[in-house]
Design a protein around this ligand. Sequence first.
Ligand code: HEM
Length: 203
Amino acid sequence: MNPLKSISGTIISGFVLAIVLMFVLGTTGTVNPWQFWVWMHVLAGITWVGLLYYFNFIQVPGVAKALSEANDGGPGPAAINKYVAPNALFWFRWAAVGTWLTGAMALEAMHGGEGSGVVAAFTFAEGFRAIGMGAWLGTIMLFNVWVLIWPNQKKILGLDGQTHDADVIAKAKTVALMASRTNTLLSIPMLFGMTAQGHGMLF
Ligand code: HEM
């Protein structure tokens, strides 16, 4: 049985290999929740932001090109919109939720002691300012996904089961695109905040 023949088998094998490698490296004998949540968080985060970059760098230009060539006998974007986009959007929006929740768990784990790490980060408490900036930007990005991108994509792709006028679709496309571009922009300082917490400021 080849685990690489299914995506779940592939992912399970990845976790099994990681656990084997932990033992090879030598464990401390106690569970480290901070490392666990950051690990899960980075996995969710790359799924989310990887798909965000896929939409911005590949799918949007690809659909635009397919639309412009459809009249010259090209296949048009129907297959992308029907078979690729809904699945990509599913992983995209739920990875966004997973990233936020695992980030919050990582904040609690790294805080230790009295009080809440989430409160410390979102109020820019001493020692939590870089991660607080990243957490705020990530939260704005999560808002954009669920409030601006997903409802408008449902209209554009006809996933809401309704038919809309061309001007409604045109407006939905503009709002979804601007929110998606905003998230691509915000991802750069957001990742700076995430990494600056553990690796220091750039200068
Ligand atoms: C928007 C998408 C996000 C992405 C792609 C992302 C990515 C990352 C990455 C790559 C790291 C590892 C940094 C390192 O170890 O050097 C990290 C750490 C972390 N992130 Fe995020 N993050 C996101 C959102 C959030 C949010 C919304 C929160 C809080 C609610 C959060 C909380 C944390 C925490 C607590 C750490 C650990 C920092 C440390 O251990 O020093 N992240 N994140």
